[in-house]
Design a protein around this ligand. Structure first.
Ligand code: NAP
Ligand code: MG
Length: 490
């Protein structure tokens, strides 16, 4: 095990210090090419292939990343397997220190990470800077603290790590999803092979640099880039013990089939179609602000986005008017500008998907309202869009759009809205806006969703478990519950 001075100089506020907008690309020193991070080294892919990572706001190429073949996956899994024996036997407090060090280094490189996240994925710099990066650091801090306290988490039980965790993440919160995956795996003594999404691999490669600099023993974390076939090779590798996946319900189902009959364990965080419910007694201005944040945050590329709004009939007109007025004030544009509220759509494929659903909504007969903002002349942008007069059975109310598109329906009674809110294949999250505690209690017990927010939305904290009901997946990430899926509890 590498020797290192574990004394850490505390500097907790570095994630909050930033230069004025617009952020400059040159502040992020993106390398022209990234190799695979395997066994504590950056290695050229056996496939010899690379693909481009681009900026969806401009179409410009940012870098090249390696395209891992099954042989590259095998190499990474072997490295993780070799590292498992000593990593899992390391005193738990030592594991905690390594994770703590990663957290600190994420903070130290916060500005750069935020800029790269925004360049690679298209999200507003304000979000990368104030949400993605600090929340990722917090996740590492939180699980660093758990490493030597597992016996308190699971009293009277022996908590043994599973082995090699294969982790596959999406493009909507690339660094944060990497933190959600890696931190609990390491705290519990597992080793990791992680694959970021094809369109947003760069912050994962920066995290690989951090892990190298943090002196983690070689092979404990391996980060490999590639497309869906690389993900499939991880899932199908016989020496992987656990799959942690966040992405679409379609791919989640493919993974479930692939591991059926094997001894692999899985955690699946899949799609969503969250109901956000406004009662007539709610503070309407606050609720409208929460609705806007719930659907337009990260261009709506959020699995728990509040994409279905239900408004009690008596306040429908008032809420609609306030919503339209508010949407007109949103700034859509350059993701690097700190005033931007809605950035670029992550990829051409996702852009086409959202535009397809907007056409479907129009053809289904719903009323569309779009912000009249001026969009940048190049890049992938869609103005904030709301549909009213939406039927519960319509496709735009049932299917995940994963973009800045909100559907609006009205309701009269609690029972009616509970029935409508629960009436999709998904069950990831929901929101309730009301002045009455009794309504909050009634709805949180009856809504079939893994997370129900009351008078707020899209609030995350490492201490809170997150995960789905129904086709939104199973297993929990975050909090104490996020540790158990990485352990054999005997
Ligand atoms: P996805 O296709 O499920 O991709 C998620 C991750 O899985 C990516 O790293 C992807 O690699 C990889 N992957 C693709 N096919 C695979 C396979 N057969 N086996 C193993 N891994 C595989 O989702 P997406 O393309 O990013 O987005 C499509 C839809 O998924 C969205 O429209 C939305 O509905 C949903 N989504 C949900 C979440 C969530 O947080 N719940 C996040 C993102 C997307 P590539 O990147 O190379 O394809
Ligand atoms: Mg990109």
């Amino acid at each position: 095990m590498a020797k290192r001075d574990n004394t850490l100089k505390l500097k907790f506020d570095s994630a909050r210090k930033f230069a004025p907008a617009p952020e400059s690309r040159s502040a992020a020193k993106i390398k022209p090419k990234y190799d695979l991070f395997i066994n504590g080294k950056f290695e050229k892919p056996l496939s010899k292939k690379y693909f481009d990572s681009t900026n969806p706001a401009t179409g410009e190429k940012l870098s090249e990343v390696a395209d891992s073949s099954a042989a590259d996956v095998d190499k990474a899994v072997k490295a993780a397997r070799n590292a498992f024996n000593s990593w899992s036997k390391l005193p738990a407090a030592e594991r905690g220190k390594y994770i703590f060090r990663i957290a600190r280094m994420v903070q130290e490189r916060a500005r750069e990470l935020a800029i790269v996240e925004t360049l690679d994925g298209g999200k507003p710099i304000r979000e990368s800077r104030d949400f993605d990066v600090p929340t990722a650091a917090n996740h590492f801090f939180y699980y660093a603290g758990w490493a030597d306290k597992l016996e308190y988490a699971f009293p009277n039980r022996t908590a043994k790590p599973l082995g090699v965790a294969g982790q596959i993440i999406p493009w909507n919160f690339p660094l944060l999803m990497a933190a959600w995956k890696i931190a609990p795996a390491l705290a519990t003594g597992n080793t990791v092979v992680l694959k970021p999404a094809e369109t947003t691999p760069l912050t994962a490669m920066l995290l690989a640099e951090i892990i190298l600099e943090a002196d983690l023993p070689p092979g404990v974390v391996n980060i490999i880039t590639g497309a869906g076939s690389t993900g499939a090779a991880i899932v199908n590798h016989p020496d992987v013990n656990k799959i942690a996946f966040t992405g679409s319900t379609d791919v989640g189902k493919i993974i479930e089939k692939a591991i059926a009959g094997t001894d692999k364990k899985a955690t699946l965080e899949l799609g969503g179609k969250a109901a956000n419910i406004i009662f007539e007694d709610a503070p309407l201005d606050q609720a409208v602000e929460g609705i806007v944040n719930g659907i337009f945050f990260n261009q709506g590329h959020v699995c728990c986005a509040g994409s279905r709004l239900y408004v009690q009939e008596s306040v429908l007109e008032s809420v609609l008017r306030k919503l339209k007025d508010r949407i007109e004030t949103l700034i859509v544009g350059d993701p690097l500008d700190k005033n931007t509220d809605v950035g670029a759509i992550n990829s051409k494929q996702q852009y086409d998907q959202i535009m397809k659903y907007i056409k479907i909504g129009i053809n289904e007969g719903s009323d569309m309202f779009q912000s009249s903002c001026t969009l940048p002349s190049k890049g992938l942008y869609i103005p904030p869009t709301i549909f009213s007069n939406v039927a519960q059975s319509s496709r735009i109310a049932q299917e995940e759009i994963f973009g800045p598109v909100l559907t609006i329906q009205s309701f009269r009674t609690d029972d009616e809205v509970i029935e409508k809110a629960n009436n999709t294949p998904y069950g990831l999250s929901a929101g309730v806006w009301t002045d009455k505690g009794s309504k909050i209690f009634n709805l949180t017990t009856k809504l079939r969703a893994g997370v129900v927010w009351a008078n707020t939305f899209n609030k995350f904290d490492p201490t809170s478990p997150f995960g789905g009901y129904k086709e939104s997946g199973y297993g929990r990430e975050g909090g104490l519950h996020g540790l158990a899926p990485y352990l054999n509890l005997v």
